[in-house]
Design a protein around this ligand. Structure first.
Ligand SMILES: *Cc1c(COP(=O)(O)O)cnc(C)c1O
Length: 227
């Protein structure tokens, strides 16, 4: 079914939107099936799980880290990760910069914003993001490149609320671009939209959608590895 699901999701993609197949908790065989159907962007939310999958799957895969990242786990992904979606503190960005330096890399990152009404979702607010971007520590970093923003909408059937939250994230991207990234056209990404809301996200200007369930089916957290 994975191939059919991928075809279905791809047929709905708006122009300029890239699809990240969120494969967390899924076995390598499922990722290989998606790979064989042409998928090259995969999203994981645990550093050790990503490391183990990266080790055995083809090396032209772009690995996107989409979960809460602890500073002491950055070392497991720094050598190969394509984009870290979940920068939610200066402290974490410093850790990424340091690990990237060890591999002589520049790692692309997104600032994760808290846009949902739920308390539990991680992320910065605008004041915190500005403080990060204006900090002397950030000014010194040579091994990270911030290329946009990421957010998760409230998990609710209220599609108007979800749309509003996506709009807010889009406006954060625009405000930051204007204030901090003039002359840096690479700062353009808006990572928003999951299985149940990516249609709204695309209407609101998403450039990266993160889709798991609609491709791989429901997740069974009982068999999650390396959690
Ligand atoms: C799991 C996850 C997704 C994918 O969720 P689905 O509902 O399965 O599409 C997207 N983004 C993040 C940050 C996730 O943790």
């Amino acid at each position: 079914m994975i191939k059919e699901n991928l075809t279905k999701v791809r047929s709905t993609l708006a122009d300029g939107v890239r699809l990240i197949a969120v494969s967390k908790t899924k076995p390598v065989a499922d990722l290989q099936e998606a790979y064989d159907a042409g998928q090259r962007l995969f999203g994981e939310n645990k550093a050790l799980e990503m490391r183990d999958k990266h080790a055995v799957l083809p090396n032209d895969i772009e690995w996107h880290f989409i979960g809460h990242l602890q500073t002491n786990k950055v070392k497991y992904i720094a050598e190969y990760v394509s984009l870290i979606h979940s920068i939610d503190s200066l402290h974490l960005l410093e850790a990424v910069d340091k690990e990237a330096a060890k591999h002589d890399r520049v790692i692309d990152c997104l600032l994760q914003f808290h846009i949902a009404t739920e308390e539990t979702k991680f992320g910065l607010d605008m004041t915190e993001a500005q403080a990060l971007l204006e900090s002397p520590e950030y000014a010194q970093m040579k091994h990270v490149r911030i290329v946009g923003v990421m957010g998760m909408a409230t998990n609710t059937p209220n599609r108007d609320l979800v749309r509003q939250e996506f709009r807010t994230l889009h406006s954060y991207r625009d405000q930051l671009a204007e204030k901090y990234f003039v002359g840096h056209p690479e700062f353009k990404e808006i990572s928003m939209g999951m299985s149940h809301d990516y249609d709204i996200a695309m209407e609101e200007g998403s450039t990266l959608i993160r889709v798991g369930t609609s491709i791989f089916g429901a997740r069974d957290y009982g068999v999650s590895i390396n959690d």
